[in-house]
Design a protein around this ligand. Structure first.
Ligand code: NAD
Length: 497
């Protein structure tokens, strides 16, 4: 097996020219065309050319996939948890054995740098599966203190069919954060990846069956939000929707649940994360490097991107100068299939237009452009990363989730002011705090309204870290042992002896 980290630009280009992806839906252990026979075309954002013609699921396909998942539930949920774990371990192994192919699909469809996929996304997919495989037989209930003529115990049982609706920015990884704990807990799954990047999930479904997963346990349908996602979220036989995506669509999930069967809804939504640099931070170079990566990594298409960079006035000028130099040096748009490329194109024409529109908007609202913000003369949807200084938190640039490589640097005069700015947002996904003072660090951890607070680091962590938001960034947590509880329901057995 070739190590994907050793493949050259030419190797990846040759592989890209030769791909033959599975483009049909995966339902009940089989690949099937959409009931309507329709397909849609996914586009390579680096070239504007089509990647594949993919089966376009509609309500009839959702019905079929949910029926398959419902039929498979008794088998999977009653299988010994250790047996389920073994399937998930083999699944993780197969993901790694096929990492080059899966990485290529996510790069071609979403424009992600191949190096990021090989070094981060695919290993993390396997790690996530293994983490939840290890947890499958550690789901416990309790026996409570009762009068002596009663035995009372609680059980954690799987929910049934879980619908997993995921975005395109980490296509296979975000889907895995959903389906891995769902499957480990004994649920069956219908996953709907984003229409921009569905090939990796379709392939993963086949690998699950190859790993010994019973047919119908893990189904993947491809298609558009309103045509395939909405019928899944409205389905009467779906017990839970686990959603990652925008806050606007997250709202719809709650509505769909209310209008159908009151299914449980877990939401991982958008963000406008503050990254706060106090004057006493320990290492300015390390801090600036993390600020740059925190907003420009993955083209700024990251839910927890540190898009609001709050800098203490005392170090502001120095910080801005270093931030500008490092950004211009590191993040130059290039072919995502070149392993030296750190910045690919944006996902589509709409994202590129949004980037350019926000650059113009920031200029008209009086922010100071430090660098970038145009579009290089390249095919596809490439943009230049862009930094603005002297931003006020009232400006549109600081309020809306732009989801492109656009940094807003905001000066502050006191820690109290930094906290007020940090919390002045509808979002609350993540935050960074940079300080040498232990008291300031703990105080900010307490006072910042976000699900994740990093201190003297950013976008860091492992599988033990629950990841999810406060406020309109959502209600769910991904990763971490506690996540399993979100895919279970509690039964109380009260036995009069
Ligand atoms: P999106 O909300 O447009 O789409 C997400 C998914 O929802 C896709 O599969 C899409 O097809 C589906 N969808 C869209 N409309 C739907 C509808 N009416 N009914 C049912 N399903 C529908 O988001 P996106 O553009 O794919 O991803 C970017 C967003 O995801 C950003 O806001 C980002 O912050 C967020 N995100 C959050 C996290 C997190 O962990 N909090 C992680 C990654 C991305």
């Amino acid at each position: 097996m070739t190590d994907p980290a050793e493949l050259t630009h030419a190797d990846w280009q040759a592989r890209a020219a030769a791909i033959r992806p599975e483009t049909r839906l995966f339902i009940g252990g089989d690949t099937v065309a959409a009931a309507s026979g329709e397909v849609f075309s996914s586009e390579n954002p680096a070239t504007g050319e089509p990647v594949a013609e993919i089966a376009r699921a509609g309500a009839a396909d959702v019905d079929k996939a949910v029926a398959a998942a419902k039929a498979a539930f008794p088998v999977w949920s009653r299988m010994a948890p250790r047996e389920r774990a073994l399937v998930l371990y083999r699944f993780a192994d197969l993901i790694l054995e096929n990492a080059a192919e899966l990485a290529l699909y996510d790069s071609l469809e979403a424009g992600k740098p191949i190096a990021d996929l090989v070094s981060y996304d695919l290993p993390e997919v396997a790690t996530t599966l293994r983490f939840f495989a290890e947890a499958a037989d550690k789901i416990e209930g309790s026996v409570t203190a009762t009068p002596s003529d009663v035995l009372h115990y609680t059980l954690r049982e799987p929910l049934g069919v879980v619908g997993c609706i995921s975005p395109w920015n980490y296509p296979l990884l975000m889907a895995t954060w959903k389906f891995a704990p769902a499957l480990a807990a004994g649920n069956t799954v219908v996953a709907k990846p984003a229409e921009e990047a569905s090939l990796s999930c379709l392939r993963a479904a086949a690998l699950f069956v190859e790993a010994g997963g019973p047919p119908g346990v893990f189904n993947v349908i491809a298609g558009f939000g309103e045509e395939a996602g909405a019928p899944l979220a409205r389905h009467m036989d779906v017990a839970k929707i686990s959603f990652t995506g925008s806050t606007a669509v997250g709202r719809l999930m709650l509505r769909y649940a209310g209008e159908s069967n009151l299914k449980k809804v877990g939401l991982e939504c958008g963000g406008k994360s503050p990254n706060i640099f106090c004057a006493d931070l320990p290492d300015l170079d390390a801090a600036v490097a993390a600020a740059v990566e925190g907003i420009f990594g993955n083209m700024g298409e990251v839910c927890n991107a540190g898009s609001r960079i709050l800098v203490a006035r005392d170090i502001y000028a120095d910080f801005v100068q270093r931030f500008t130099a490092l950004s211009e040096d590191t993040y130059r748009p290039g072919d995502p299939l070149d392993p030296t490329t750190a910045m690919g194109p944006l996902v589509n024409a709409e994202a590129k237009a949004r980037h350019l529109r926000h650059v113009e908007g920031a200029l008209s609202e009086g922010a100071r452009r430090l660098f970038g913000g145009g579009a290089p003369d390249m095919p596809g949807h490439f943009v230049e990363p862009c930094g603005f200084g002297d931003v006020s938190n009232a400006m549109t640039l600081a309020r809306e989730e732009v989801f492109t490589p656009l940094a807003a640097i905001i000066p502050f005069d006191s820690v109290d002011e930094a906290v007020a700015i940090a919390n002045d947002t509808v979002y609350g996904l993540a935050a960074g705090v940079w300080t040498s003072d232990l008291s300031t660090a703990h105080r900010l951890v307490r006072d910042i309204e976000a699900g994740v607070v990093w201190v003297n680091t950013f976008n860091d962590g492992d599988m033990t870290q629950p990841f999810g938001g406060y406020k309109q960034s959502g209600s769910a947590r991904d990763k971490a042992l506690m996540t399993l509880a979100e895919y279970c329901q509690v039964k109380s057995a009260w036995i009069r002896l």
